[in-house]
Design a protein around this ligand. Structure first.
Ligand code: ADP
Length: 263
């Protein structure tokens, strides 16, 4: 039962994808961002320990630099991420402060989680922030991360964060209600799957992203599920546009797709 799984949940990592934070023109969707902050603030006030993994830096940078599309030149892309990351954090800080919540920014590269010593420091800073009741906002350090040190997508990054932080639950908020039997953007008869006990058995159902801002589609979300479930973390994929979606998930209601952790 969903509600049984959710009873013991205290530490939650929430990842929100670019497609949930941006309009079709690529600019930041302020309404969605405000709604997300309101839900996380409520979760925090209920006593949950919340870590946010947020995409959207490049989208915010495109807006700030008045670019018409995502840059193809690598250095301009990194510069756009650098500009956008501060703009995004500024917005988060402004919105969370309305609820009296302090935020922190944690920019990670793959090396920070793969090198034993760096992982040790990363883990401890995360714990200190949680202890101080700060909501940490994590992102890949896109301004300096090039291919060989890149996670490439925030789905697997968020699963690795959930693993090292010993979270109980990882929530991936996307532009889709969960994992379907096939990509619902291409097939009308696709059906939503409510619960998955073995990620390996559904891997073949995942396709890539149809949106211009989404990166990994369902493929990277199922990779995240493998990392999370193998590390004892439940994972839910749900639609960021469903009202009070995070509250519904933590109350054990049947929204999205639940990937049950391995015991
Ligand atoms: P985000 O930016 O939230 O990470 P993505 O666009 O990367 O979102 O991933 C979600 C997309 O994955 C969906 O909108 C859909 O087009 C695609 N997709 C591919 N296969 C499936 C599937 N089996 N079930 C649901 N969505 C799928």
């Amino acid at each position: 039962m969903r509600s049984d799984y959710m009873k013991t949940v205290k530490r939650i990592v929430v990842k929100v994808g670019s497609s949930s934070l941006t309009h079709d023109n690529g600019l930041i969707n302020i309404h969605q961002l405000e709604d997300l902050v309101k839900q996380l603030a409520d979760l925090h006030n209920k006593g949950y320990e919340v870590i946010l993994v947020s995409s959207g830096a490049i989208a915010a940078g495109i807006g700030k630099l008045n670019l018409t599309s995502r840059p193809t030149d690598l250095f301009l892309l990194q510069a756009t991420a650098a500009v956008g990351q501060v703009a995004l954090i500024h917005l988060y800080q402004k919105l969370f402060s309305e609820y009296g919540i302090i935020v922190a920014q944690l920019l990670l590269t793959k090396e920070d989680l793969e090198d034993e010593k760096r992982l040790y420091y990363t883990k401890h800073v995360t714990e200190s922030l949680i202890e101080k009741k700060v909501i940490q906002i994590v992102n890949e350090n896109d301004a300096v991360a090039v291919d060989e040190i890149k996670f490439g997508d925030n789905d697997t990054l968020s699963a690795r964060v959930a693993k090292y932080a010993h979270a109980d639950l990882l929530i991936l908020l996307s532009d889709i209600d969960g994992l379907y039997t096939k990509n619902p953007n291409n097939f009308e008869d696709a059906e939503l799957i409510e619960e998955v006990k073995s990620v390996a058995s559904v891997k073949h159902l995942a396709g890539d992203s149809h949106s211009s801002v989404g990166t990994g589609g369902m493929i990277t979300k199922l990779e995240a599920a493998t990392i999370a479930n193998d590390s004892g973390v439940h994972m839910v994929i749900a639609n960021s546009k469903t009202p009070w979606v995070i509250k519904s998930i933590t109350e054990g209601k049947g929204v999205g797709t639940l990937f049950v952790r391995k015991e």
